[in-house]
Design a protein around this ligand. Structure first.
Ligand SMILES: [Zn+2]
Length: 257
């Protein structure tokens, strides 16, 4: 039986810990303390670290964790992260035998140049996508281009509809505010706004959501919908040429929102 636990870190990061009651794998440990505390609480042995991109709030805990045990650190082959022992790229399979989990690497550049995500289909469909796709939003473009991030989100949106999206931040309420401005008539979005508020009120994560829900509510996955196209057009004052163009306008708009 696999468990996936969100360890809270910093203001709004989730460090995902996947475990089977004996062994654990951690994704994006920006800081070691909450990981070590959880491992001790549940008497788990850490057997691997997975990294999506080089930002410090995703990598800052690696050094301390690998001091405690000699374990592999998987991460993007296209970024220079000194502590990575196993660089990986598109279509590589990360075989985590201790927890009987295979994850496939997807290149998802845009937020950073070499950002990757990890997709698994057994025992259920799941993706650990770092700062690429958030619930009801997406990552900022720091190193890549809007076209790259758009393509990365398109790649994720091709996965099975029931894929659970384990992103690295609890940005959902802020994202919903923006989404409702862009897509005010969206009934599912307005319903989810209530659900998300209730969850956060109880300090419960809104993550993971399914890909199906994201396709229904996330404006960055809905750049071909007429309402979103109209909103982007009104905001920019220019006619939209294609969904990628809509995406670029939305991303800039969100930066200033
Ligand atoms: Zn980041």
């Amino acid at each position: 039986m696999l468990n996936i636990h969100p360890a809270n870190a910093f203001r709004d990061n989730y460090i995902w810990i996947i475990h089977n009651q004996n062994y654990a794998v951690v994704i994006d440990p920006g800081i070691a303390t909450p990981v070590i505390e959880y491992l001790q609480l549940k008497k788990l042995q850490l057997c691997a670290i997975l990294i999506t991109h080089h930002h410090n709030d995703h990598t800052g805990g690696i050094v301390e964790l690998i001091k405690l045990s000699d374990i592999p650190v998987y991460g993007p082959g296209n970024e220079s992260i000194a502590t990575i022992s196993n660089p990986v790229q598109q279509n590589d399979i990360v075989s985590l035998q201790e927890i009987s989990l295979n994850l496939t690497v997807l290149d998802t550049p845009g937020h950073t140049r070499g950002h990757i995500a990890y997709y698994g289909s057994n025992p259920w469909n799941m993706i650990f996508c770092g700062d690429t796709l958030f619930s009801c939003g997406c990552g900022r473009i720091f190193e890549g281009s809007a076209a790259q991030l758009y393509q990365s989100l398109q790649k994720i949106s091709q996965l099975p509809e029931d894929t659970l999206i384990y992103c690295a931040h609890e940005y959902t309420l802020g994202n919903i505010q923006f989404a409702r401005t862009v897509d005010p008539e969206n009934r599912k979005l307005n319903e989810f706004a209530i659900t998300a508020q209730e969850l956060r009120h109880k300090n419960t994560p809104t993550i993971p959501a399914t890909l199906a829900l994201e396709k229904a509510i996330n404006p960055f996955l809905r750049c071909d919908h007429q309402q979103i196209i109209n909103s982007a057009q009104n905001y920019s004052g220019k006619p939209m040429q294609n969904p990628e163009n809509v995406f670029a306008v939305l991303r800039e708009w969100k930066n200033k929102f």
